[in-house]
Design a protein around this ligand. Structure first.
Ligand code: THU
Length: 144
């Protein structure tokens, strides 16, 4: 593993991040599943961003909390996620769904630290052998 998850994780204010995610749960729009999710992340410039799930009567187009979190990142100036957490309505840490792991990879990459029920893990453990921008670059360069 190229990252030092333990050393870097110690520098993160996880309590502040979890508190922000718990507050964000209250903003969720989840009338169909009644399963509210709040997400929070630090960006590489120290910004604290939050998101919540936004459901839709056409269930399949529901936006996970991570989607509004990424929107917040991009619309407030961009950058990279460095530390991430998401919680349920009980305030418990939950894992991001499979699709959202891919979304987090795009905006945080392998070094992104994720708060999991098993402790802090880098994205390389949360989404092993991830497909990412490097795969596109590889073929683009080879065929240019
Ligand atoms: N959900 C999220 O917001 N993020 C996840 O990573 C897991 C699932 C939401 C989607 C849906 O609104 C509700 O949880 C139930 O699946």
């Amino acid at each position: 593993m190229d990252v030092d998850p333990v050393g870097t994780a110690d520098a993160v204010d996880w309590d502040a991040l979890r508190a922000a995610a718990r507050e964000a749960v209250g903003k969720a729009y989840a009338p169909y599943s009644d399963f509210k999710v709040g997400a929070a992340a630090f960006a590489d410039d120290g910004r604290l961003l939050t998101g919540a799930n936004i459901e839709n009567a056409a269930y399949g187009v529901t936006l996970c909390a991570e989607c509004s979190l990424v929107s917040a990142l991009v619309m407030s100036g961009g950058g990279r996620f460095t530390a991430f957490t998401c919680v349920n309505a009980l305030g418990e840490t939950i894992m991001p769904c499979g699709r959202c792991r891919q979304i987090l990879w795009e905006h945080g990459g392998p070094e992104l630290l994720v708060d999991t029920p098993l402790g802090i893990q880098p994205m390389t453990e949360v989404l092993p052998q991830a497909f990412g921008p490097g795969d596109l670059d590889h073929v683009r360069k080879a065929t240019r």
